[in-house]
Design a binder for this molecule. Sequence first.
Ligand code: NDP
Length: 451
Amino acid sequence: MGKQQQQPKPAPAAPPPQPSKTAHSPLLTYASMVTLLSLCPPFVILLWYTMVHADGSVLQIYEHLRDHGILEGLKAIWPAPTLVAGKIILGFALFEAALQLLLPGKRFEGPISPSGNVPVYKANGLLAYAVTLLTYLSLWWFGIFNPAIVYDHLGEIYSALVFGSLVFCLLLYIKGHVAPSSSDSGSAGNVIIDFYWGMELYPRIGKHFDIKVFTNCRFGMMSWAVLAVTYCIKQYEMNGRVADSMLVNTALMLIYITKFFWWESGYWCTMDIAHDRAGFYICWGCLVWVPSIYTSPGMYLVNHPVNLGPQLALSILLAGILCIYINYDCDRQRQEFRRTNGKATVWGKAPSKIIASYQTTKGETKTSLLLTSGWWGFSRHFHYAPEILAAFFWTVPALFTHFMPYFYVIFLTILLLDRAKRDDDRCSTKYGKYWKMYCNRVPYRVVPGIY
Ligand code: NDP
């Protein structure tokens, strides 16, 4: 068994290099960091306002900002964080933190880190997900708490999340400097990079409370599910029924999130957890961007109950389920292949593979297997295509009256194309000639024959 990540160690004097963070030119990297740091918070409020109060219309929001000026226009619509919003967020966060700590789960060892540590987790995500949804629905059913209240205070909740999560990221930055949880930590020598990309790979509170599992999975992904249900209930409370468009949207989002929690320990082996450090990009993103932007198609549908008819509704539902399944199967294939050390069959055949060696930051030589058949023979990041299509299918029930419901699909496409490039650059640095060999064998990055 490898060394466990929880053993506290002093931060290394020189930080491990972060090639993926500077995959683009330095100027572009800084410009995009500063732009995202300053534009993402107001955008969350603008999107909420557009969906809930401006009919999902870009034109309406443009006219508002043009008439009042950008700053005054923003101030006019920006709700102040309220006590109710604070109580809802705190109640939810404490409940999820308690479930993360207390529910039983199998021990799971994450992939070996660049410093050679092996983080250990408790795999109780699916149970936490079931307990959360059952509790939420029971509170509503027994008249203890009406989820419609969450929708009615959504703007204040996002406002509180925007500011609270910035403070949270600041605390992470300070923790990275003064009390890192493991040797997988270090400064890039620049405040903006350290704040934006984070300093620690696996920050923890005490030995067992993993902060990235909390921010990404138990707060971010869980709030997505809770808000999807909230939007459905709000529409029901307003109209006495739920439109089929809302049902398709909610069903697909919940299937996607159920898949996520079913496979949560697999997620702990992906870039978000194994490569990206705990900073604004990952943590603020999961604490604020996921509950707001990712849920936005459902947020729009609350006030726009489109009736699709059974045939169209069912076709969209089935197409969405197929995409979610293919995305899941791509991830499963890669992880099963790695878990069995290349012995698992892929589509009934022995897998084709490359044995790639690389050096850890400590100078040790290790090997990894790269799968070059099955879904992974189509393109190097084929799984991103069904991910984007699934998002399209849970948005398309809104039909094409307004552009804004499609913002998430467009954002996701840009995010994943950038991620594919970042991952390729990181893997190329890690595996050198073996990655070149892989690129020769599987020449396309995402869409076979096109890109
Ligand atoms: P992957 O799960 O694709 O992991 C990428 C890593 O896998 C690489 O860094 C490399 O790591 C290893 N690898 C690359 N090629 C191969 C290969 N041929 N065989 C074996 N291992 C390989 O990355 P993601 O984290 O991007 O995706 C995970 C899931 O999360 C996907 O389903 C994706 O769609 C989803 N996702 C969703 C997002 C959203 O916002 N909705 C955002 C991002 C992802 P190593 O160093 O170990 O070799």
